[in-house]
Design a protein around this ligand. Structure first.
Ligand SMILES: Cc1ncc(COP(=O)(O)O)c(C=O)c1O
Length: 416
C-alpha cells in the first residue's frame, strides 16, 4: 500500500524550472489592451494569444456583453438541458449554422467539452476513430472517453492515413477521421481534400476541430472547409469561441439528426452549466462583426504575412506554418524556457511549448499574431527575437539550423 499523494511530493518537473528562474506559466495579467498586456507592472507586447481578430476589446463587443449582464445577469446557474437555456444560445446556433454552411449547430460551455462530449457519444463500441497524431488534448480525451478504438496516423500524412484505414476499416462498423483544421502548435492546415478522398473510398465520416480556423481561414473566416473551397467536406465541424470570437464556449455543427443526437446524449453538454449571458452576447456580436467588418481579417493576414516573411528571413525554422500561429523551433526544453524568459524581460510575452505537447527534443516558442497588432508592436517583437536567436545560437549557426530542419521534417511533417 502507498500514500495516494506520494506522486505529488515527488513531482519535480515544474519546481526545477521555477528554481532555474525561468518558469513561464500562470503569469498574472494585471491589465490588457488586446495586443499588449501589463504583467509585473510592465507593458509587454502579446505574441502568445489566440485573440486572432483582436475582438476582445472591440467597443461593440464590450457593449453587447454589458447589455447582456444588465438584462440576464451574470450566470445561467445550470445546464442548458434544464434551467440554463438562453434565447441567446439558440440565436448563436441558428446564425452560426448559416455562417458555417451547416444545417444545425449546438453550443457547449467550452470547446474542450464539445470535443469530449461529441466524440464520446458518437463513437460506439464497434466504431473507430482515425486521429492525427498532432490533435488537441481535448480530442484525445474525447477519444479516450469513447467506447470505440482509436488509431493514430502520422501528422497530416494522407499516405499513412490511407494505409491504416485500408488495413483496418473492415474490422469496424462506423469510422470517423478526426483532425484539427489548424493545428494549435505547428500552425499547419489539415489536408482536408486528401482526407475527403479517403473518407469517400472507405466509407468514413470526417470531424474537423476548427478552434484555430474559425475567424481565420476562408474568405469570411468560416474555417478549414472554406479555405480549401470544400464546403460540406467535413461531416461535423467543431470550434471554440475562446479564440477569434473573444469569449468562451464551443460548438459542433453538422446535419440535423447528428446534432439532435449529440444534444440528447453528450454528457458534457447535459451535465455542465451553460455559457453565461455576457459570453453568449459577445459571440453574437463577433459573428455580426466578422460579416460586417472584413478589415479585421485582412489586417490579421497582413500581420501574419509580415511576421512569416521576417522570421523565415532571419533563419528561424517555423515548421512551414502558413497561418497566424508561427512556431519557432528551439529544440531543447530548458533552452525554450530560458529563451521565453529573456523574451519576457525584453517586453515580449510568448510561451514555450515543451513535451508532452510536442515530441521530446522539439521544444518551440509558439508565437501567434492578431489583427490588433500594429507595426510598432511587431517590430519590437522582431527585434527581440532577432537578438535572442543569435544569443542562443539558433540563428547565424548553419550547423544548428541543419539539425533543427531534420527534427522538423522527422516530427512535424508538412502543412496541407
Ligand atoms: C485545437 C483546439 N481544440 C479545442 C480547444 C479547446 O477549446 P476551449 O478553450 O474552448 O476549451 C482548444 C483550446 O486550446 C484548441 O486549441
Amino acid at each position: 500500500m502507498n500514500d495516494l499523494f506520494e506522486k505529488c511530493r515527488l513531482f519535480e518537473d515544474a519546481k526545477r524550472v521555477m528554481a532555474a528562474g525561468v518558469y513561464p506559466f500562470f503569469r498574472p495579467i494585471e491589465a490588457t489592451e488586446g495586443s499588449a498586456v501589463v504583467t509585473h507592472g510592465k507593458r509587454r507586447v502579446m505574441i502568445g494569444s489566440n485573440n486572432y481578430l483582436g475582438l476582445t476589446h472591440h467597443p461593440r463587443v464590450r457593449e453587447a456583453a454589458k447589455r447582456a449582464i444588465d438584462k440576464l445577469g451574470t450566470g445561467c446557474t445550470g445546464s442548458r438541458f434544464l434551467n440554463g437555456n438562453l434565447a441567446l444560445h439558440e440565436e448563436i446556433e441558428e446564425k452560426l449554422a448559416k455562417y458555417l454552411g451547416k444545417k444545425s449547430c449546438l453550443v457547449f460551455s467550452t470547446g474542450f467539452l464539445s470535443n469530449q462530449g461529441a466524440l464520446s457519444c458518437l463513437v460506439g463500441k464497434n466504431d473507430v476513430i482515425y486521429s492525427d497524431r498532432e490533435n488537441h488534448a481535448s480530442i484525445i480525451e474525447g477519444a479516450r472517453m469513447a467506447r470505440g478504438e482509436t488509431l493514430k496516423f502520422r501528422h497530416n500524412d494522407m499516405n499513412e492515413l490511407e494505409r491504416i484505414v485500408s488495413q483496418s476499416r473492415a474490422r469496424y462498423e462506423g469510422a470517423l477521421i478526426v483532425a484539427d483544421g489548424v493545428f494549435s502548435m505547428s500552425g499547419h492546415i489539415f489536408n482536408l481534400p486528401g482526407a475527403v478522398e479517403i473518407a469517400k473510398k472507405y466509407k468514413c465520416r470526417i470531424y474537423i476541430d476548427d478552434a484555430h480556423a474559425l475567424g481565420v481561414l476562408g474568405p469570411k473566416g468560416q474555417g478549414t472547409e472554406f479555405h480549401h473551397g470544400l464546403s460540406g467536406g467535413a461531416d461535423i465541424v467543431m470550434g471554440t469561441f475562446s479564440k477569434s470570437f473573444a469569449s468562451i464556449g464551443g460548438y459542433v455543427a453538422g446535419d440535423d439528426d447528428v446534432i439532435h443526437y449529440i444534444k440528447h446524449t453528450a454528457r458534457t453538454f447535459i451535465f455542465s452549466a451553460a455559457m453565461p449571458p455576457a459570453a453568449a452576447a459577445t459571440v453574437l456580436e463577433c459573428l455580426k462583426i466578422v460579416e460586417e467588418e472584413p478589415e479585421h481579417l485582412q489586417k490579421l493576414w497582413k500581420n501574419t504575412q509580415k511576421m512569416q516573411r521576417a522570421l523565415n528571413e532571419m533563419g528561424y525554422n517555423t515548421l512551414g506554418s502558413k497561418t497566424p500561429i508561427i512556431p519557432l523551433l528551439v529544440g531543447d526544453d530548458m533552452m525554450a524556457f530560458a529563451f521565453a524568459q529573456k523574451l519576457y524581460e525584453l517586453g515580449v510575452f510568448a510561451t514555450p511549448v515543451v513535451k508532452p505537447a510536442v515530441p521530446e527534443g522539439c521544444a518551440l516558442i509558439r508565437t501567434s499574431y492578431m489583427a490588433s497588432h500594429d507595426d510598432k508592436d511587431l517590430d519590437c517583437a522582431l527585434s527581440a527575437l532577432d537578438k535572442l536567436g543569435h544569443q542562443f545560437g539558433i540563428l547565424g549557426n548553419p550547423e544548428r539550423q541543419k539539425k533543427l530542419a531534420v527534427l522538423a521534417e522527422e516530427h512535424f511533417g508538412k502543412s496541407g
